[in-house]
Design a protein around this ligand. Structure first.
Ligand SMILES: [Zn+2]
Length: 424
């Protein structure tokens, strides 16, 4: 049984899910964290690193976001060393749920006895369930305040000490929903990118935004704010890698969704100077672009779909060469593809006997083989597709769109049901 929906469904669902406010577009005020005086601060663009230690392109364990370009859309979920966290609105309220890796216990992130988990007095309660990440000992997530302002909030790993970190977007009446939402913590900032459409002067206009909230000062700045003229623009996604954030936008050319090819544009934001530069203009990549992932030392991988001669959609991965501005197919499969920092998953699905089935490939497209398959046991009560959200220390975690979350070791040595929401 297939549970997974296409990404387009997820994005549509997110659009419908949240009716928030129209945009207040603060221009980048040129501000930033000025606590780190360096010579480059005198140069145009300044120095906006949150700390001197981030002045490196090397991967920084614990501070660098895991790859987010595709996998975190749709199912907000993150992992610390001790727990998994799931932000879900399908269990009767919008709540932060946890799964403790040591004890195996799970539930709303609330220690109050007899709590109904339905007011802001509850530590698990959030008003919207859009994005969550774990960074340097705390959880960060998007929420709205009592005035319906959109904000970044934070709490301790046990749900205590909840506070608003930064005002993200001020409430305005008559707003419309988000699309293409990606949020992540990276090197001292909480980043969010999203698209939003508004009705201006008799026509729909689509804007795309990238914002950064300092985790230490709460200051929130808009790094990218532009009108997407090719409405309905398709994909807008971002991916951090060191002190760069790769930005991909895609659009149809010569037609509509049924007939057109899709082209993409790559840019890169230098998080140190906050300057955005072009990488490649409109590389043609297929019929339906679904996202990108940047793999260190290998390049930008795009997930796309193309129709075969019978009209069936086949999933592809293309590797973009940003020097020559060309891309080439490196992988195709009829099954669902999930991309994580460590490997490519195809058709991750739990069978009726509780076995977690999948194919996995590295980014040189070598098929990975394991001695045994992870199993949740025949009595796990779960069967169907799993969208992989991430992988940490060899353990993969993800969920399905009907409120089921699982984690399993790639090598089959462990597997657990993290949470099953049954009050939908
Ligand atoms: Zn509670």
């Amino acid at each position: 049984m297939k549970i997974l929906k296409p990404l387009s469904f997820i994005i549509s669902a997110m659009l419908c899910l949240v009716l928030l406010v129209s945009c207040n577009n603060p221009a980048n005020d040129g501000g930033g964290d000025t606590q780190n005086e360096t010579e480059s601060q005198n140069k145009p663009g300044g120095n906006y690193l949150a700390d001197k230690k981030f002045d490196t392109d090397e991967y920084m364990e614990g501070f660098d976001a895991d790859h987010v370009g595709i996998s975190k859309v749709g199912i907000p979920m993150c992992a610390s060393d001790d727990a998994y966290y799931m932000l879900d609105g399908r269990g009767g309220g919008d709540l932060i749920y946890y799964y403790d890796k040591l004890s195996g216990t799970s539930g709303p992130l609330c220690a109050k006895p007899d709590c109904m988990h339905n007011t802001s007095e509850c530590s698990a309660y959030v008003r919207v369930s859009l994005a969550i990440d774990y960074y340097d000992g705390r959880l960060y997530f998007l929420d709205t305040d009592e005035k319906n302002n959109f904000c970044v909030c934070s709490c301790a790993p046990d749900g205590t000490d909840k506070k608003q970190v930064g005002l993200y977007e001020e409430a305005k009446p008559g707003g419309n929903g988000f699309g293409n939402l990606y949020s992540f913590c990276h090197r001292g900032y909480f980043y969010t990118s999203y698209s939003r459409q508004s009705f201006e002067n008799g026509e729909y206009v689509k804007h795309i935004y990238l914002t950064a909230t300092s985790l230490s000062t709460g200051e929130t700045v808009t790094l990218l704010d532009e009108v997407s003229n090719n409405f309905p623009a398709k994909n807008f996604c971002v991916e951090p890698e060191g002190n760069k954030i790769y930005i991909m936008t895609s659009s149809y050319v010569d037609g509509d969704a049924e007939t057109a090819k899709e082209k993409v544009r790559f840019r890169v934001l230098d998080t140190k100077t906050r300057e955005i530069s072009d990488l490649c203009e409109l590389v043609p990549v297929g019929d339906f672009v679904r996202g990108m992932i940047v793999i260190r030392d290998k390049g930008i991988f795009i997930r796309t779909e193309k129709k075969d001669e019978a009209g069936a959609r086949i999933n592809y991965i293309e590797l973009v060469d940003t020097d020559s501005c060309t891309s080439r197919e490196i992988f195709s499969h009829s099954g669902d593809i999930d991309l994580t920092e460590e490997c490519i998953f195809v058709d991750c699905e739990i069978s009726d006997d509780g076995t977690v089935g999948f194919e996995a490939y590295d980014y040189d497209i070598n098929k990975l083989t394991f001695d045994k398959a992870p199993t949740l046991g025949a009595d796990c009560g779960i069967s169907g597709g799993v969208q992989i959200v991430g992988i940490k220390n060899g353990v993969v975690f993800g969920g399905s769109l009907d409120g089921r979350y699982v984690g399993f070791a790639l090598d089959g040595s462990a597997a657990d049901v993290l949470l099953t929401l049954d009050n939908q």
